[in-house]
Design a protein. Structure first.
Length: 129
């Protein structure tokens, strides 16, 4: 059995750790975590910060996970965000017809396309799988 130190017990008493069920609880834990990490922490504070981080991440993964997008949807989104048109991606795909085929779902991305897209938009190649 692990016996908590007096300092850790005080941290827990001040902010009892619980599974986060709503945005208000999440924001509260984020603020406590921010307060802890904005200064040099003791070992007990680091352990408590790790626990709060775990609780916050658990809530956010369950509530803020984005739905999976198709590679075409990702490209279209990135084009929109960068104000690009199909012709602006010819350097990535090689020809205007390949750009059109990819964006219309008639052709899959190959490894070279994925590498060039991730470099062009500074994003992880994982977005295109």
């Amino acid at each position: 059995m692990i016996i908590p130190t007096e300092q850790y017990a005080k941290l827990v008493a001040k902010t009892p750790p619980r599974i986060v069920h709503n945005e208000q609880q999440n924001e509260h834990y984020i603020q406590v975590l921010f307060d802890l990490t904005s200064r040099k922490m003791t070992k007990d504070e680091r352990e408590f910060a790790d626990l709060l981080t775990f609780l916050i991440e658990d809530f956010e993964q369950k509530h803020y996970t984005l739905p999976r997008a198709s590679p075409t949807d990702v490209i279209l989104f990135l084009m929109d965000q960068h104000g690009l048109k199909q012709k602006d991606l010819v350097d990535v795909f090689g020809t205007p017809s390949i750009v059109s085929e990819v964006l219309n779902g008639k052709r899959d991305l190959n490894k070279a396309h994925i590498v060039k897209l991730s470099e062009r938009f500074h994003v992880s190649p994982e977005l295109f799988f």
